[in-house]
Design a protein around this ligand. Sequence first.
Ligand SMILES: Cc1ncc(COP(=O)(O)O)c(C=O)c1O
Length: 299
Amino acid sequence: MSMVPFDDRDGVIWFNGEMVPWREAKLHVLSHALHYASSVFEGERAYGGTIYKMREHHERFHVSAGILGFQIPYGIEAIDAAAMEVLKANGIVDGYLRPVAWRGSEMMGVSAQETRINVAIAAWEWPSYFSPEARLKGIRLTTSPWRRPAPDTAPVHAKAAGLYMICTLAKHAAEAKGFNDALMLDYRGRVAEATGANIFLLQDGKLHTPTPDCFLDGLTRQTVIALARARGIEVVERTIMPDELAETQEVFITGTAAEVTPVGEIDGQTFAVGEITQELMTAYSDLVRNPAQASASAA
Ligand SMILES: Cc1ncc(COP(=O)(O)O)c(C=O)c1O
């Protein structure tokens, strides 16, 4: 696979309040975040020049930092404005945005009380998280040997860089076996989520999704629950055990990057890319491209 590395591209990145040339948006090797994972981030998508749920993403950005014990030195409105500026400066209409905040180099040890909080926002064009073929047939998942940690073990409700150590291990293990992604169970052995997206199961006409008590309650998850309910589809948030996959007709995952992606297989068990999944894929795709019209027609 040939890829243009992310540190060698044209464009500009918003870095601590200023636009800097893409290749110059650097940090020092002795940055606290690199050694101790003191970093939080966001993943957002722009559709037609508008960032979907921008305010909610930037509120979560601030909340994530708060959970890690630091404050982002720019208010939510300033982050909103910076994100829009980044899109414009790079000429991006449909793309992905990555705000990130991290502890700097002032202290190098477990304690980091006096570190500067740095903030950057980058954006790039990124059409689809999984390949179009995989999206059409449904992606293939395998259960990960790595589990989501307990809420008293890690800051599970923050979108914190450190939590993705487990996700990368899980995703690499799945890819090594020829799967697209991993199904992650939680510390109790319950179905939790994929490595970067939440999960929904269709059983006898109702949607079931795990209660987000030890992983991110994704913004896309919340959107899809509302879309389903508005269409008269019942949604149940509850404990889901992996053996229930045997009684499941359809499966899909939701996330800003993944959007609504059907799952065609989990560990050899197959699922149809059925009507409800297709209806919600279309509904989500329509909503993000025209949020104003969708809310007007719902009113
Ligand atoms: C681990 C994990 N779970 C769930 C999600 C879905 O969250 P959202 O829909 O807010 O993007 C993401 C993506 O941000 C994620 O990385």
